[in-house]
Design a protein around this ligand. Structure first.
Ligand SMILES: [Fe+2]
Length: 167
């Protein structure tokens, strides 16, 4: 089972993250840049972020009743692990094609991981069982800010070089 599929399987099995009627982050086709490995990872991350946002938003948690903060913390760790693995894959791809902005892009990945760690540390310190609206907005900005700028630029380079996939 692929890594993305096993995350989906875990998501579907989790009673906390059943597919809700409302969505926080709906995937848009314009976020697909034509590079399969990137697009697949980004889509899986958006899906996970969406489910966490909706599943652990104040409303959903209130409806379920108070619960242990550890469930939220678990899913935030899963998202962090997904991001770390995705960045590593992207960096390997950039090295393979001698991407000229590898250094800058890698530096931004490191900053994003540090930012994410700080966000999670803050949530854990609050000992909360749910995410506030400002947490959700910060997570969305964290995810989309990089995708729509650095990753779009990388995909543009790969597309121009005629590289849609690297094995
Ligand atoms: Fe990236």
């Amino acid at each position: 089972m692929s890594e993305a599929k096993s995350v989906y399987a875990a998501l579907t099995e989790s009673p906390f993250l059943n597919r809700p009627a409302t969505r926080f982050l709906r995937w848009r086709n314009e976020w697909c840049f034509g590079i399969h490995v990137l697009d697949n990872d980004h889509r899986a991350m958006a899906e996970l972020l969406d489910r966490i946002a909706v599943g652990f938003g104040e409303e959903a948690v209130n409806a379920r009743g108070s619960e242990s903060p550890s469930e939220l913390q678990h899913w935030l760790r899963v998202l962090g692990d997904q991001a770390r693995m995705h960045f590593a894959r992207e960096e390997a791809l950039m090295r393979t094609v001698d991407y000229p902005d590898l250094f800058e892009h890698r530096r931004e990945h490191a900053m994003l991981l540090a930012e994410y760690t700080a966000m999670v540390r803050d949530i854990v310190a609050r000992q909360t069982d749910h995410l506030e609206q400002q947490d959700l907005e910060a997570l969305k900005h964290w995810f989309l800010g990089h995708l729509l700028y650095m990753d779009k630029r990388l995909a543009g380079y790969l597309n121009e070089a005629g590289i849609q996939s690297v094995h």
